[in-house]
Design a binder for this molecule. Structure first.
Ligand code: 5GP
Length: 120
């Protein structure tokens, strides 16, 4: 599978479509999910062209990986999610129902988040 330059997050990175930006660094961009599933639902994406976590963890540089995960932590902290708790989630591939083929981490918070997975 090759990276699709026309995926929605690639367009957000190129500022071709808007987003509600929360944080930006050399390696990451964070913005509100357009269809929030919790009181706080933020997406953090790397600036590089990585399809999913599998691609990112295998092919991103140490700087990109460090910069990206530091950004996730910083966003959670800046949004005051640390004391009450929050959840990180990433979907890779079909079984996980990944919709957008640009690696992203969801951050959920500001409410009790229930069980991790609804049922087996
Ligand atoms: P996935 O299922 O790939 O893990 O999650 C994709 C997420 O991207 C979904 O939660 C969906 O609501 C969000 N999303 C899809 N299109 C847009 C968009 O144009 N803008 C923003 N901010 N979020 C989007």
């Amino acid at each position: 599978m090759t990276y699709d330059d026309n995926n929605i997050f690639a367009k957000i990175l190129r500022a071709e479509i808007p987003c509600k930006k929360i944080y930006e660094s050399e390696h990451a961009l964070a913005f509100h999910d357009i269809n929030p599933q919790a009181k706080i639902h933020i997406l953090v994406i790397p600036k590089g062209k990585y399809i999913s976590f599998a691609d990112f963890s295998k092919n991103a540089s140490k700087d990109e990986i460090e910069g990206f995960f530091k950004a996730v932590g910083k966003v959670a902290e800046n949004q005051n999610l640390v004391d009450d708790g929050y959840r990180l989630l990433t979907n890779h591939g079909v079984n996980a129902g990944q919709e957008v083929p640009h690696f992203h981490i969801h951050i959920f918070g500001k409410q009790p988040l229930g069980p991790m997975i609804s049922k087996i």
